[in-house]
Design a protein around this ligand. Structure first.
Ligand SMILES: Nc1ncnc2c1ncn2[C@@H]1O[C@H](COP(=O)(O)OP(=O)(O)O)[C@@H](O)[C@H]1O
Ligand SMILES: [Mg+2]
Length: 432
């Protein structure tokens, strides 16, 4: 196109080349600014996704440790920043267009003016019109159309996702009982449950009663329903048949927040947040914190030593999902968090599985001390850690197939005894 213009009339085209640098300068400056702003928008978008992903992955911890208010604040702050930056981007784009248009208009105007002067001599009317047409075609309307379409497509895709999420029903929270300092007496009456979209019962006719201060251990093959059983207690899922009572009151009768306040939970997949060690342990109670308690919880979970060896101690940032920590360290933080919560009901879902035998023994001692004062449900992979439990339940395919103390169950020579022999020989062969 430029070549054609030059061929038609090189003097006129020169005018274009004089104006072009001005346009180029404006475009460069604006682009730079835009890029910086866009990066901010991207980064804060990243922060938001990041927080959201933590919340999705760790939603059980957020719910159980009452972290909603804190998370809402965190999300609002990064969302506000994102909004401000996006507004700046919009402003800049909005200003950029008219300015460019004015410049182009000036260029065309001077072109016309010069053309009028020169028309008398060489350029013919036909040539002049051809030239103007070519010059006016330089902007790229087609490209803008394509761009607009792209944006619309992106928007539609994003909106579909958002609406899908909005369509998820909120948790049912119609209970009215407000008690929080319960005794931790737990009773399952013939409870059955299946996950939505699955025909198979994940739990079948569970009958169980746990007295205040007792320790119940659950063992069984993976997939036998151990985690599912504990998930029903904080009402992450609602059972489909039977009843579960806490201190004689059915779970649904409590307000969700009061129910969850009574439960401290160490989940199988440890949830940590992109925050400091301190804030991770004190998660959910950040508003009225007693520093000494946090230190004591860390101490009880045998976490103090590794925390102090880190660059900033308690104030060390542990990265996304605690990526800078080993499995054992992550478990110790999760245990510290649960100990700090000091709830009447403690649930440990394979809480010590990532620890080496040495630290497991230490933590075991600390846990025994804590368990003595509250009702505890322990899901354990290593049977050696649960021998002292008041009752051991053996689960298989959603059912409790055996129950009793360690000694009783060994004497019975059934499923538990089999598991025990299996692990014993495993340990034996690994130690050799
Ligand atoms: N969120 C879920 N949705 C559907 N099925 C699930 C879900 N979680 C677990 N299950 C199924 O429920 C059964 C019990 O799982 P789980 O309670 O996690 O076992 P365990 O903790 O004993 O290893 C398994 O068959 C598993 O596939
Ligand atoms: Mg499990």
């Amino acid at each position: 196109m430029i070549a054609y213009l030059l061929w038609l009339n090189w003097q006129l085209t020169l005018v274009f080349f004089i104006i072009a640098p001005f346009i180029a300068i404006i475009v460069t400056v604006v682009s730079k600014k835009l890029r910086a702003l866009s990066k901010n928008v991207q980064d804060s978008m990243g922060d938001m996704t990041h927080i959201t992903s933590e919340l999705v992955v760790g939603n059980r911890v957020v719910k159980c440790f009452g972290g909603s208010a804190y998370e809402i604040k965190r999300f609002k702050a990064s969302s506000l920043f994102n909004k401000q930056q996006s507004q700046k981007v919009a402003l800049l784009t909005a200003i950029q267009n008219p300015v460019m248009q004015i410049l182009v208009a000036f260029a065309l105007a001077s072109l016309l003016y010069l053309a009028l002067i020169m028309m008398a001599n060489e350029t013919s009317t036909g040539g002049f019109v051809a030239y103007l047409l070519a010059a006016f075609m330089l902007p790229k309307p087609i490209q803008s159309l394509v761009q607009a379409n792209n944006e619309i497509q992106k928007g539609i895709a994003a909106a579909t996702d958002i609406f899908k999420t909005l369509d998820i029903a909120p948790e049912i929270d119609q209970g009215t009982v407000q008690q929080t300092a319960g005794k931790g007496v737990l009773q399952f009456d013939n409870v059955s449950f299946s996950y939505a979209g699955s025909e198979k019962l994940a739990l079948k006719n569970i009958d169980l009663s746990i007295n205040s201060g007792q320790t119940i251990a659950i063992v069984g093959a993976s997939g036998s329903g151990k985690t599912t059983l504990t998930n029903l207690i904080p009402r992450f899922y609602d059972y489909s048949a039977g009843r579960i009572l806490l201190d004689g009151v059915e779970l649904k009768q409590y307000t969700l927040s009061c129910l969850r306040e009574q439960i401290a939970l160490v989940t199988q997949n440890i949830t940590l947040f992109n925050d400091t060690v301190f804030n991770n342990i004190a998660y959910g109670i950040l508003s009225d914190i007693n520093e000494a308690d946090v230190l004591k919880a860390a101490d009880d979970a045998y976490a103090t030593e590794f925390i102090e060896s880190m660059a900033k101690g308690m104030q060390t940032e542990i990265g996304e999902h605690g990526i800078q920590l080993s499995g054992g360290q992550r478990q110790r933080l999760a245990i510290a968090r649960a100990l700090l919560k000091n709830a009447p009901l403690l649930i440990l879902d394979e809480a010590t599985s990532a620890l080496d035998t040495q630290s497991e023994r230490y933590i075991q001692k600390a846990l025994e001390h804590v368990m003595a004062h509250r009702t505890t449900i322990v899901i354990a992979h290593r049977l050696s850690t649960i021998e002292k439990a008041d009752v051991i339940l053996v689960m298989d395919a959603g059912e409790i197939v055996e129950r009793g103390s360690h000694i009783d169950l060994l004497a019975k020579n059934g499923a538990y005894a089999k598991l025990h022999t299996l692990q014993f020989s495993e340990n034996h062969s690994t130690e050799k």
